[in-house]
Design a protein around this ligand. Structure first.
Ligand code: FES
Ligand SMILES: [Fe+2]
Length: 445
């Protein structure tokens, strides 16, 4: 249970708030590179700030204030130039640093450029990595965008999936350190969703949590596993400061504002070894719906959609003055403490946890990964077919994580892997829910 004051500390991310200042020390994924194949500008609301993300005609990205400094027109309707973005109202043009580099009428009648020199838009650096565009809103010098190990894997089909979830970021991130929910929210609920009443998934009998340089691991033993099992020896990762990393996918929870979160999913599927070498020319991105428009209820057919239901169900901003934490919530307590400590660290002028500044460290940042060998080395089509009933085999049959995968993404997946994805149905979830848990022996091969 938290005081109302502590709850505010964790949940308010506006500029100048303690958590807002802390999160601004990290690069945030905000869009996919391939979104800019079709458009040059994208309106973005990030950390409570209205911004425009754009790619200029030279191929450089910029992220600036959404509103023109002249008379506040919306720059997401502006047009890009060789350098920067031009307002469509009276033609003022801004570079990536937010400098006003042209004021067509003023420049014509007043060669001193007096007004132009006074004008500057808020602007943030943008970098590209892993097919994502990352923004940094904190003080200079900016750290490096971490090169997480899966970004270096080859022969993979990657897809990026975006969803807007109408609740505060912190309850989403607390889900990143929550092993018990796999048993109930995914496994057992899915059994009920398909109309059955059991048998339920093996129970958890022991959980543990530990901290490492880039986050926290959660470890677990179920009735059907033991201390030799990778769920205990390797575990899964609450990646700092706002991500869940499961081994083959990342889920970032990026604050849009205090009441909305952008879920950014990055999913890796290894192409069969007989399809190598495979180089993905363009990483597809798609937007996943979270509400069933016919019923007005949240979609429950896919693993992450089930998580979203938990998060929004906790309220727009979860009221932690009314919670009762148990032994299963030890990890939640640990991460809360770390955020608090980090807030203190930045007040003292120190870097918070998991800031990467050394290029030698950033060649490839290794993480705990169950089945690492499989992701790196792959399996042949024949081996995948032989193991079709395992959850890893299952990922070649359907995309289990988020609803609404477009047909054109399925087509690209098929071209890369030779496997045709079906839509996921609730009756599959009992099996799907255990992805990455019951398949470890297979994955370790
Ligand atoms: S409002 Fe943008 S140039 Fe006038
Ligand atoms: Fe989950």
């Amino acid at each position: 249970m938290l005081t109302a004051e502590s709850n505010k500390l964790f949940t308010e991310i506006g500029e100048g708030t303690p958590m807002g200042d802390l999160l601004r020390r990290y690069w945030m994924p905000i869009a996919a590179v391939s979104e800019f194949d079709e458009t040059a500008t994208k309106p973005v609301r990030l950390m409570g700030e209205d911004l425009v993300l754009y790619k200029d005609l030279s191929g450089n990205y910029g992220l600036t204030d959404r509103h023109c400094a002249h008379r506040r027109a919306d720059l997401s309707y502006g047009f890009v130039e060789e350098t920067g973005i031009r307002c469509n109202y009276h033609g003022w043009c801004y570079d990536q640093k937010g400098n006003c580099i042209e004021q067509p009428y003023e420049d014509t009648v007043d060669s001193s450029g007096k007004l132009r020199k006074q004008v500057k838009l808020k602007a943030y650096p943008v970098e590209e990595k892993g097919g994502l565009l990352w923004a940094y809103m904190g003080p200079e010098p900016a750290p490096l965008v971490p090169t997480w190990e899966p970004f270096t894997w080859e022969n993979g089909f990657v897809q990026i999936v975006l969803s807007e979830v109408p609740c505060n970021w912190f309850q989403c991130q607390e889900n990143s350190i929550d092993p018990i929910h796999f048993e109930w929210m995914h496994a057992n609920w899915s059994i009920r969703l398909k109309g059955e009443t059991g048998p339920y998934s093996p129970k958890h009998i022991k959980v543990d949590f530990d901290e490492f340089d880039y986050g926290f691991r959660y470890l677990r033993i179920r009735e059907d596993t033991d201390e030799e099992h990778p769920l205990w020896t390797v575990g899964r990762t609450c990646l700092w400061p706002n991500c869940l990393f499961t081994g083959e996918h990342f889920e970032w929870r990026v604050p849009i504002d205090d009441e909305n979160t952008l879920s950014v999913g990055w999913f890796f599927a290894r192409v069969p070894t007989d399809k190598e070498p495979y180089v993905q020319e363009r990483i597809p991105v798609w937007k996943s719906p979270i509400k069933d428009e016919e019923t007005g209820r949240w979609i429950s057919t896919h693993v992450m959609n089930q998580d979203f239901i938990a998060w929004v169900g906790q309220g727009t901003v979860a009221d932690r003055t009314k919670e009762h934490l148990g032994l299963s919530d030890k990890g939640v307590g640990m991460i809360r403490k770390r955020y608090m400590d980090d807030i203190e660290r930045i007040k003292k002028g120190e870097d918070p946890k998991a800031i990467v500044r050394n290029p030698n460290e950033n060649g490839c940042i290794e993480l705990p990964i169950i089945g690492k060998k499989y992701f790196r080395d792959g399996l042949s089509t024949e081996e995948i077919l032989e193991n079709a009933d395992s959850p890893i085999g299952g990922t070649y049959r359907r995309f289990p994580f988020q609803a609404g995968q477009p047909q054109w993404v399925k087509d690209e997946f098929e071209e890369a892997t030779g496997f045709r994805l079906q839509d996921s149905f609730p009756q599959d979830q009992g099996e799907l829910s255990n992805i990455g848990s019951k398949d470890e022996e297979f994955a370790e091969k």
